[in-house]
Design a protein around this ligand. Structure first.
Ligand code: NAP
Ligand code: ZN
Ligand code: ZN
Length: 347
């Protein structure tokens, strides 16, 4: 075991502050990565503040991890010292259930191990995430990262990228699909870039008037301010697919009205209040409301390769780790363009 510098929360009300964690020494199939950049996902904030009621403290958030391989176990085939590497939201799974066999480890019925706040089969304790100097992960859960892209901008692909890529692929979004992306934050801006790259017609649905120019710059074909009745009316019964990335409680019925017949609204945002949807809002128009969780390891690699091919990275604001609590507050206000990424050299 090695003492490793990190940042984490000691309780739901305490700030994110320095602490020391133990990382295991690399086993034969492990890759040890020096973390260079870690993105800040809204799930980090939900977890640090126990908004989903399952946090065990201390918690070290961070699941948008990129860095350089420092050491490998003697059976590791995929990586060598010096390679770039990434770790997303998953670090292990049962590997035996139907979902694991299909590469859908995020839906592992034997219990996936998430990068933080998850029972760690190796240590018997908890997993700790990427707000730290290094991480040790089984090679099967480590991703290859292109050296052609800006590395700090690649970090958010490991969660925001795959969480939006996976449902776009599953529901076969492409040329001719009218896509609405709801919420222009970390996930939303990746949703816009990826749906545009897949050939869809993309409309940004936002409650922030100040984001219109950015939405267009990111590639959105239209911008609808959700508080503007006239604008909203123009997209009634319009979309084939709505990707809902909103982190705060909101009325799902309002957006179901924007779907055309057979349309689907996929929720990836996780507000704490339950969705209240009368069956009639689905029945009239044969509409669906669905959910989607990150993506499995093969699809995460496919997404990283797709982004390298299409020159897609996240738009980021690089921060010093000492400014993390201010970054959380700004994220809560929607004041992030469009992902905070921690420069781990500042730890
Ligand atoms: P984020 O950067 O904070 O973006 C959330 C966006 O939601 C904001 O930028 C804002 O967009 C919109 N929003 C915020 N408050 C709102 C309000 N009161 N009313 C309407 N819209 C509001 O967060 P993120 O990192 O993209 O994460 C978004 C959600 O996805 C979080 O709940 C997170 O936990 C969840 N998540 C889920 C998965 C999964 O696998 N399903 C993976 C990662 C994250 P506008 O200003 O444009 O309206
Ligand atoms: Zn995330
Ligand atoms: Zn499994």
């Amino acid at each position: 075991m090695a003492a490793t510098k990190a940042y984490g929360a000691q309780s739901a009300t305490s700030p994110i502050a320095p602490l020391t964690i133990e990382r295991r020494n690399p086993k034969p199939h492990d890759v040890q990565i020096e973390i260079l950049y870690c993105g800040i996902c809204h799930s980090d904030l939900h977890t640090a503040r126990n908004e989903w009621h399952g946090t065990i403290y201390p918690v070290v958030p961070g699941h948008e991890i990129v860095g350089r391989v420092m050491a490998v176990g003697n059976h590791v085939k995929k990586f060598k010292v010096g390679d770039l590497a990434g770790v997303g939201c998953l670090v292990d799974s049962c590997r035996e259930c139907d979902n694991c066999k299909e590469g859908l480890e995020q839906y592992c019925t034997g219990g996936a191990t998430f990068t933080y706040n998850s029972a760690d089969k190796e240590s018997g304790g908890l997993t700790y995430g990427g707000y730290s100097k290094s991480i040790v992960t089984h090679e099967d859960f480590v991703l290859r990262v292109s050296d052609k892209l800006l590395l700090a901008g690649v970090a958010p692909l490991l969660c925001a990228g795959i969480t939006t890529y996976s449902p776009l692929r599953h529901w076969k979004v492409g040329k001719g699909t009218r896509v609405g992306v709801l919420g222009l934050g970390g996930l939303g801006h990746m949703g816009v870039k990826l749906a545009v790259a897949m050939g869809a017609e993309v409309t940004m649905l936002s409650h922030s008037p100040s984001k219109e120019q950015d939405a267009k710059r990111l590639g959105a074909h239209k911008f609808i301010l959700t508080s503007n009745e006239e604008q909203v009316k123009s997209v009634h019964h319009y979309f084939d697919f709505i990707l809902d990335t909103v982190s705060a409680n909101h009325d799902y019925n309002f957006y179901l009205g924007l779907l055309r017949t057979n349309g689907v609204m996929v929720c990836v945002g996780v507000p704490d209040a339950p969705a209240q949807v009368p069956a009639g809002h689905l029945i009239f128009g044969r509409k669906s409301i669905a959910g989607s969780l990150i993506g499995g390891i093969p699809e995460t690699q496919e997404m990283l390769d797709f982004c390298a091919e299409h020159n897609i990275v996240s738009d980021i604001e690089l921060i010093n780790i000492k400014d993390i609590n201010e970054a959380y507050e700004r994220m809560l206000k929607g004041d992030v363009r469009y992902r905070f990424v921690i420069d781990m050299a500042t730890l």
